[in-house]
Design a protein around this ligand. Structure first.
Ligand code: AMP
Length: 464
């Protein structure tokens, strides 16, 4: 199948896809769309970057158009559950972009911002509601959202949902939905707990897989550097200065590690931004907007905060440590090499971390090439380190002080807490309009300000 015309989508959607610049469906879209249109449940094993959002959004929009129903107050027809606010925001934007010619309405609900605009957006009901579980339950508990009319349910990134401890919330939400519904379930990896959850939610699902479980994109070349803990910072600075990296994400395991690395890069004169669960929504959006700009700082991220970042042209991913869970490695490096482009992933590994590396190699079923000599390449003339930008005051000393207690924990708890806060007095800080008629607005970038750079990736490295 090599054209959208053959998938059974109608003209308003085909026009929106043309406007997005999509010419051919990705494999998961080609596999899933006809079956979702036919009303089947789907269990999709798909990494981020495979086009899975369109694989569920397109046929669900089509289904809603073909079975029109009046909107009812506080209700929705399609409910999409996502683990993080970033991912929820991106899915919302995708529905708006694909549904721009249809007149369908959408809303997004997540924690960490005021609930009032979200409740207002639901007052007259919407066609598509994208939500993170904790805030959704808050609003349902206050009778500001009513889930009794849901016809289509999507659970996205189920593995991450379980990692973040949302399993009970998800089960509670599913228990509130009509049992006569169509359910689409997506997960990048399929540990036993994910399969169990899917078993309770799906009826005779079609299983679609774009790549074998936990196989990273073919287009990402990987290498590991063996360095002691004490030398990692210097090694990273060398990599950043000597490689031609146009857009880099550096992953750290803890929030504290991300903050410390941010300060170190600042000291080394390398422009950096960081994103993790202790950052406010505003700080995250500022960091993402800068990262999407044509001259991006190095983005330092923890796993949970980075999940759902959908930025084109990420040239490099650096793992400051190998992650504890081998599957996380696959998610991380999946940030680059997207949509058929090439990318590179470097992992810094010290002696104690070698068992983790072994576990990753076992999952990949192949060794990661060693790159212990610095990868060759001319010093970058326009690489990231040249572009030092002042950090906003709120992200420097003052905001570091309050973080001491939670900062040594791996990422997860804070995100979940802020997700659960009711935040009734706070103002929405991001300017996202929670409900919009998808037909009238051009798609916005996350953060609302930056446009994605379309710079080609420059590649200078030795063959591994
Ligand atoms: P996802 O896996 O849903 O996060 O999508 C990854 C990226 O691929 C997003 O930037 C999409 O806009 C893009 N994308 C999705 N489907 C297609 C397609 N058929 N052709 C080109 N790009 C696509």
């Amino acid at each position: 199948m090599n054209s959208f015309d053959t998938l059974g989508l109608s003209a308003p959607l085909l026009e929106a896809l043309a406007a997005e610049g999509y010419t051919n469906p990705t494999p998961i879209q080609a596999q899933a769309v006809p079956h979702v249109l036919a009303g089947r449940d789907v269990f999709g094993c798909a990494q981020t970057g495979t086009g899975k959002t369109a694989a569920f959004a397109l046929p669900l929009i089509e289904r809603m158009l073909s079975l029109p129903r009046p909107r009812a107050a506080r209700r929705c027809r399609t409910l999409v559950l996502a683990p993080t606010r970033e991912l929820a925001g991106q899915i919302h934007q995708s529905f708006r972009a694909y549904g721009r010619n249809t007149g369908l309405t959408t809303a997004v609900i997540y924690g960490g911002v005021g609930q009032r605009p979200q409740a207002d957006a639901m007052m007259h009901g919407v066609d598509v509601l994208v939500a993170t579980p904790g805030r959704l339950l808050d609003l349902v508990g206050q009778r500001l959202v009513d889930l009794r009319s849901v016809e289509f349910l999507v659970l996205d990134e189920a593995d991450r949902m379980l990692d973040m401890g949302f399993i009970h919330d998800v089960r509670r939400i599913v228990g509130m939905l009509p049992s006569a519904r169509q359910t689409l379930f997506f997960s990048a990896t399929v540990p036993a707990a994910v399969r169990d959850l899917a078993g309770t939610m799906l009826r005779d699902p079609l299983e679609v897989k774009t790549t074998p479980q936990a196989t990273p994109a073919e287009t990402v070349s990987q290498s590991v550097f063996f360095v002691s803990k004490g030398e990692k910072r210097a090694m990273l600075v060398r990599l950043l200065k000597e490689q031609s990296m146009s857009r880099v994400i550096v992953f750290t395991r803890t929030k504290h590690g991300a903050d410390k690395l941010h300060r170190d890069l600042d000291r080394a004169g390398i422009a950096a931004a960081s994103i993790h669960g202790n950052k406010s929504q505003n700080q995250r959006e500022r960091a993402l907007a800068a990262f999407k700009s044509p001259r991006p700082p190095v983005l330092i991220a923890t796993d949970i905060a980075a999940r759902g970042i959908d930025v084109d042209h990420v040239s490099h991913v650096v793992n400051f440590e190998p992650p504890h869970e081998p599957e996380t490695y696959v998610h991380r490096i999946g940030r680059t090499g997207r949509a058929g482009r090439t990318g590179e992933a470097f992992t810094l590994c010290d002696h104690d971390e070698q068992p983790r590396l072994k576990a990753i190699e076992k999952l990949l079923r192949r060794p990661i090439p060693h790159g212990n000599e610095m990868p060759a390449g001319p010093p970058a003339t326009e690489s990231v380190q040249q572009r030092r930008e002042p950090r906003p005051r709120s992200e420097t000393r003052g905001s570091q002080r309050g973080r001491r207690r939670s900062e040594r924990r791996p990422e997860g708890g804070a995100e979940r807490r802020s997700e659960r806060r009711s935040d009734s007095g706070a103002r929405a800080s991001d300017g996202t309009r929670p409900a919009e008629k998808v037909s009238t607005q051009p798609p916005r970038q996350d953060g609302g300000t930056a446009t994605l750079a379309k710079k080609p990736l420059r590649k200078h490295r030795r063959a591994l």
